[in-house]
Design a protein around this ligand. Structure first.
Ligand code: NDP
Length: 260
């Protein structure tokens, strides 16, 4: 099936690593124009060096900075003549329980998760509204439906974003803009290599991952690959998904226990 993404323009936040980078790669393979941002310009340049750069624009910006996000979004729309999709992917999780979480942790987490969606949304909205098939995908986590006490701030913020995504789908439907979520389980990216390094375990990364998959009860018995998440994101961006809005897809290898 042709996903109908050729020559469409998609902005991906956090496009220099992991799920975001895999999404950029799949979109380029589909013939889309891609604008990708992240905070670290060198990391972006290293990622771009592995990609076909003819249809790629990169820019360093922090999704918490509304002015920087707006400037990058305008540059993307000017460069490619509009915007058809937005992937709100930038972020990270905060491994802290209730007693470890300070007021600053709560404030920082809510700022990253909420403004990381709202800043790009406000900047992209007029351009998306002018597209013939606009779509927003919010990259979320199964934590949104299945909180973990060791990730208490992230779990709460994720639930809020899932709720917000539903409201956005309703609010933006009159403009033809679809809004959906992809809820990730454990995906093998920089997040997990960093945790393995921080654990100072004698286990190899491979053995540590296998143990993690068993410990967390992942039905498929392994962590997911970044491109497995990217395929779900790209499917929701496609005009072929034109009647799908206000919903979420779990990409989690069966770790999710929720039936809703
Ligand atoms: P990675 O750490 O591999 O990549 C994160 C990307 O986001 C990088 O490009 C990073 O670049 C960018 N980023 C982080 N903070 C900001 C910011 N404030 N402004 C702009 N860019 C930012 O993460 P993953 O690919 O694993 O995760 C992608 C998303 O999926 C995240 O939101 C994550 O929380 C979520 N998720 C991941 C899971 C997993 O198991 N991997 C599970 C559940 C959810 P830079 O650091 O240079 O800014």
């Amino acid at each position: 099936m042709d996903l109908g993404l050729a020559d469409r323009t998609i902005l991906v936040t956090g496009g220099s690593s992991g799920v975001g980078l895999a999404t950029v790669r799949v979109l380029l393979d589909e013939g889309a124009n891609v604008a990708a941002c992240g905070r670290d310009a060198e990391r972006l340049a290293r990622a771009a060096a592995t990609l076909d750069r003819d249809r790629l624009l990169t820019g360093a910006c922090d999704v918490r900075d509304a002015d920087a996000v707006r400037a990058f979004t305008e540059r993307a729309a000017d460069t490619f003549g509009g915007l058809d999709g937005l992937v709100n992917n930038a972020g990270q999780s905060r491994m802290k329980n209730l007693d470890e979480s300070t007021a600053d942790d709560w404030r920082d987490e809510l700022e990253l998760k909420f403004h990381g969606v709202l800043n790009p949304l406000h900047a992209a909205r007029p351009h998306l509204a002018a597209s013939s098939a606009p779509s927003i995908v919010n990259v979320n986590a199964v934590l949104a439906k299945q909180p973990e006490p060791r990730l208490i701030t992230t779990s709460a913020a994720r639930a809020g974003i899932l709720n917000l995504s539903k409201s956005l789908a309703t609010a933006l439907a009159p403009e033809g803009i679809r809004v959906n979520s992809v809820c990730l389980g454990l995906i093998d990216t920089g997040q997990w290599t960093r945790r393995h390094a921080a654990a100072h375990t004698p286990q190899t990364y491979q053995d540590w991952q296998s143990h993690l998959a068993t410990d967390r009860g992942i039905a498929l018995g392994r962590l997911g690959r970044a491109e497995e998440a990217a395929y779900a994101i790209v499917t929701l961006l496609s005009p072929r998904a034109s009647y799908i809005t206000g919903t979420s897809i779990d990409v989690c290898g069966g770790v999710g226990r929720s039936i809703l």
